[in-house]
Design a protein around this ligand. Sequence first.
Ligand code: ATP
Ligand code: MG
Length: 200
Amino acid sequence: MSDELEQKHQKKMAKLKEVVDARIEQAQEERGVLIALKGNGKGKSSSAFGTMARALGHKQKCGVVQFIKGRIETGEQLFFGNHPGVDFHVMGTGFTWETQNRSQDIEAAENAWKIAESMLQDASYQLLVFDELTYLFKYKYLDVNRVVTALQARPKHMNVMITGRTLAREIADIADTISTVQDDKHAFRAGVKAQPGIEW
Ligand code: ATP
Ligand code: MG
């Protein structure tokens, strides 16, 4: 690099450092966050479980409630369900996405939510993942205001991640971080069969 280029680069980096340092200085609040992962693309649940691996690396106690009927045991259930640092719950059988038995579905949703609610009251958890929670609002199986109240009353240090294609406005309003996973392309549409380790 010529001297002139080198100087220009250094000046630019010094300026960037100033900006970044100022931002770091500003972000000093220490508390747990509510993260919502939404959208039609692939990567919501895997992001939540990736974050859980990160938390476990720091020996943080984690809890999971998967709000979807466990048809097949997923890789995340087989892996994290056996981890001593994780309490893993999958919504009980009786849940049908096709809503063929609405009262049974509501009961299953209610039971799963009760587990989630008790986790939210237990300060020993550092990270909770509520996978596919958003479906319950879509089908009106669960009152969103009840969920908002429980989320807001959780211990200050607790991080919570919620996944699901759609996000209720009430949850979006209280979320700290929201990421939308966009569906640009998916192998399934090109005829590639779903496979363990990738899809479940
Ligand atoms: P993942 O668990 O892989 O992170 P996700 O949580 O973002 O996916 P879900 O809506 O929960 O997505 O769907 C889970 C399953 O559906 C996965 O097997 C995933 O590959 C598949 N899937 C996700 N998005 C699409 C899509 N746009 N088209 C087809 N299949 C999809
Ligand atoms: Mg998912």
